[in-house]
Structure formats: structure tokens, C-alpha cells
Design a protein around this ligand. Structure first.
Ligand code: PMT
Length: 406
């Protein structure tokens, strides 16, 4: 679960061309379960309309210190009491200067002055304005007072000039907020590859063999690793899910395609988790034309698909984790897969339980480790919560191994 869930975040949008990127920040924050209140300066509203933010956040956008229909009491003071954090993105040289000098002449600058909560500024401006001594000195002042700054990046600016001044990416800003609020970043910078979903093996151009995997378990793992700071590559078979924000997403269909992508990415990874339900068999000779009803009933001949996981150890030093989906003798089969596929850990889950396994919101199982011969049982819970717990257990084992290696 994200540290942002249930938190009340104020997003201040000021008058930079990067204001359009703030829409994605609202979307990403909302996905974590945070409530987002957007507040715009007048110049901000010239860049992008408040209606867009109102639709994305589900709340009225605040723009005026003295609204046309005044509410009882002082809105910014009430707000100050309910907020958990403030992001200003994009933050112009103007709002940075006002914050540094305690100027409160509009709703956002007044709220910033009245609110004693963690604050995160993502500056965006022309590179000369950013480099200007006045801006740099204002940045130093607000940093010293505890405001976190995500430095702008180098690149092409609105003026088409190239320099430092581009606002950081929305996902980087949301990650920084999670970190600021104490969210776990135990995977920070780790390269993690996760597979998810089923594979589809063609029978003819319109039919295929597949299984019931929805991708939910693998996507939950990818989202959790992302939240905890990992650089995640998600290789997914066909699912109805939206790609996980902030991950490098690769869509595949067949086991053969999944194998190709996994093998290409595997050498660079530090952790690989195969949660995909790869079809063990494919049609030996798929038809190139749609099969017709007329004539004799076809007999489909199967042949084995490659075992992707089993062939990974020689090409990667990554910590390798498999998933075992079992019905009978689960423990025995999972431990056998752990050994035979040369894995570091395997998660046993069940294909024959009402609330777990394929296409359910919840899951349960046992995580077995090769090194410590330890096993950790996980009771029935949401796949999101289970994903975090599995990642915590794996991280502990990986740290133990790193320490042993010195
Ligand atoms: O997607 P959901 O609906 O959320 O369901 C989640 C899940 C049940 C699919 C998931 O939790 C799970 O158990 N995934 C693995 C399913 C599976 O294929 O298990 P297996 O016991 O057949 O395979 C063992 C391991 O080898 C797996 O990590 C699998 O990805 C891998 N494998 C299997 C076959 C193959 N040809 N190549 C492989 O790499």
C-alpha cells in the first residue's frame, strides 16, 4: 500500500508551460489513493483550464483568495489544517521568490505561508531564469527552511533553447513525495524485471490457446516495486489491465515472444520475478488461414514451449524468483521447481482455492528461499498488499546475500 493512500495533498499549479504535466501528477496521485486538491495561480489558469484539473481530481479547483461567492471563514486557513503535504509543480521563479520572501498576495502564496506541512517544489522555467543569481539564492533560502526541491532537468525548453529548466517528470515528482513522507524506498534504483499475465498460443489467425491469468498479481508486484523506488520493466501477456505507470512496459503475446524479451532484458537486472502464467504447450503447426467448420474435425498437435525461467540462470546474476501454481502436492512441486529451475526463491500459490490464484483480487501462499531454507506463509489478502509483503521478504533475503558477499 502506498504511503500516500488516504493523504490529502495540495497541488499548486503556477504559470509555466509545464502546467499541462501537472495533469499527470493528479492522475498518479489519485491512483495511489491520495486525495488531491488543486490550487492554481492566475497565470497557471492562463496555461491550462481549471476544468481539466477539476475533472481529474474530482474537486473544485481553488484559484482566488477572495472568491465571488465567499465561503464562511478563511479557506486557506481551513485547508492548512487538513493537508498532509504540498507540491508546487510547476514552480515558477515568481512563486519561488514569493516563498523565499514570505510574500502572500494570492491564494497559493498565502496558503504556502499558512501551512506547516512538508513542501515539494518542482521548478520549471527558462534556463537563464533558473541560473539567475536571484533564483538560485531564493532556492537556497527555501531549501534551508526545509522545502524539498526537485531540480529541473536539461533539455529543450518552451523557447526551443536547450538548457536546464525542464520540470522533472510527473512520476519522479510523485516518487519524491512518497520519499518525503517516509514511504519505503528499499528498492531505490534497483533494476527489477517482472512478467505477468497469460501467453496466447495461436491455433489459427483468429483462435488461440491460453489460460485464466488476469495479470493482477504481476501488475501488483510491478506497482509495488515501482512505488518503492525500483526501475521496473514489466513484460506482460495480453490482459485487460492498464500498464503500470512509471514502468518500462513491454507487451507480448506468445511464450516465444516473452522468452525473447525476458532474455534480452535479464542480463541487466538485479531481481527477476516470473509471475506470468506461461503456456507450457503451443500448437505445433498453427494454420495460416482461419480453420473452417466444413470437412473433417481437426486434431491439434501440441509441442512444448520453452521454459523461460529454467534457462535464465546462466545469463543473469539477478535474484531469481518463480511462482508455482499448484493443485496437489503443492509444497513438493514448488520445492522441486525451486531446485530444477535454479531459483533463489519461489512463491507457491494455488489453482484450486476459491479466493486465490487466477483472476481473483486476493491471493495467499508460501514463499520458499533456497539460501536460508526459510519459508514464509502469507494469509489471504489483496494482491496489492501481498505484493508488498513478498517484496519485503525478498529484499531482506537479497540484503542478507549482499552482506555475505561483502
Ligand atoms: O494473473 P493473475 O490472475 O493475478 O494470477 C496470478 C497467477 C496465479 C498467474 C500467479 O500468481 C502465478 O502463479 N504465476 C505462475 C503460474 C505458472 O505458470 O506456474 P508454473 O508452476 O506452471 O510455473 C512455474 C514458474 O515457471 C513460473 O514462474 C512461470 O512463470 C515459469 N514458467 C512456466 C512455464 C514456462 N514455459 N516458462 C516459464 O518461465
Amino acid at each position: 500500500m502506498s504511503i500516500l493512500k488516504g493523504k490529502n495533498i495540495l497541488l499548486g499549479v503556477t504559470g509555466s508551460i509545464a502546467a499541462y504535466k501537472a495533469c499527470e501528477i493528479v492522475r498518479l496521485l489519485t491512483k495511489t489513493g491520495a486525495g488531491v486538491q488543486v490550487m492554481m495561480t492566475h497565470s497557471g489558469t492562463r496555461m491550462i483550464g481549471p476544468a481539466t484539473f477539476a475533472a481529474l481530481s474530482g474537486r473544485d479547483v481553488l484559484t482566488d483568495l477572495f472568491p465571488k461567492t465567499p465561503k464562511a471563514g478563511l479557506e486557506h486557513i481551513h485547508l492548512a489544517e487538513t493537508l498532509d503535504a504540498i507540491i508546487v509543480a510547476p514552480a515558477t521563479a515568481n512563486i519561488i521568490a514569493k516563498t523565499a520572501h514570505g510574500i502572500a498576495d494570492d491564494l497559493l502564496s498565502t496558503t504556502l505561508l499558512a501551512c506547516d506541512v512538508p513542501k515539494l517544489f518542482a521548478p520549471a522555467m527558462n534556463f537563464r531564469m533558473w541560473r539567475n543569481e536571484a533564483t538560485q539564492s531564493n532556492i537556497a533560502v527555501i531549501k534551508q527552511r526545509g522545502v524539498s526541491i526537485i531540480d529541473p532537468t536539461h533539455g529543450q525548453l518552451a523557447s526551443l533553447a536547450v538548457g536546464e529548466g525542464r520540470m522533472a517528470e510527473p512520476q519522479t515528482i510523485v516518487d519524491a513525495l512518497q520519499k518525503l513522507l517516509g514511504g519505503k524506498q528499499d528498492y531505490y534504483g534497483k533494476r527489477v524485471l517482472i512478467t505477468a499475465g497469460p501467453t496466447r498460443e495461436p491455433i489459427d489467425p483468429v483462435r488461440f490457446l491460453s489460460n485464466r491469468s488476469s495479470g493482477k498479481m504481476g501488475y501488483a508486484l510491478a506497482a509495488a516495486a515501482r512505488e518503492r523506488g525500483a526501475e521496473v520493466t514489466l513484460i506482460s501477456g495480453p490482459t485487460a489491465l492498464e500498464p503500470v505507470a512509471g514502468c518500462d512496459f513491454i507487451a507480448v503475446e506468445t511464450a516465444e515472444e516473452m522468452e525473447k524479451q525476458v532474455r534480452e532484458k535479464a542480463p541487466d537486472q538485479e531481481l527477476i520475478i516470473m509471475a506470468a502464467a506461461v503456456a507450457d504447450f503451443r500448437i505445433a503447426h498453427p494454420e495460416t488461414q482461419k480453420m473452417k467448420r466444413e470437412g473433417s474435425t481437426p486434431i491439434l498437435k501440441l509441442e512444448p514451449n520453452p521454459d523461460i525461467l529454467r534457462k535464465l540462470r546462466p545469463i543473469t546474476d539477478a535474484y531469481l524468483v518463480g511462482f508455482a501454481l499448484e493443485m496437489e502436492e503443492g509444497r513438493k512441486n514448488a520445492l522441486q521447481k525451486l531446485r530444477e529451475k535454479n531459483l533463489d526463491a519461489i512463491f507457491l500459490n494455488y489453482a484450486d482455492r476459491a479466493q486465490s490464484g487466477f483472476d481473483k483480487e486476493t491471493n495467499e501462499g508460501i514463499l520458499f528461499f533456497k539460501d536460508s531454507e526459510k519459508e514464509i506463509p502469507f494469509e489471504l489478502q489483496s494482491k496489492n498488499s501481498l505484493a508488498h509483503r513478498i517484496l519485503t521478504a525478498i529484499r531482506n533475503e537479497m540484503s542478507g546475500r549482499e552482506k555475505r558477499k561483502g
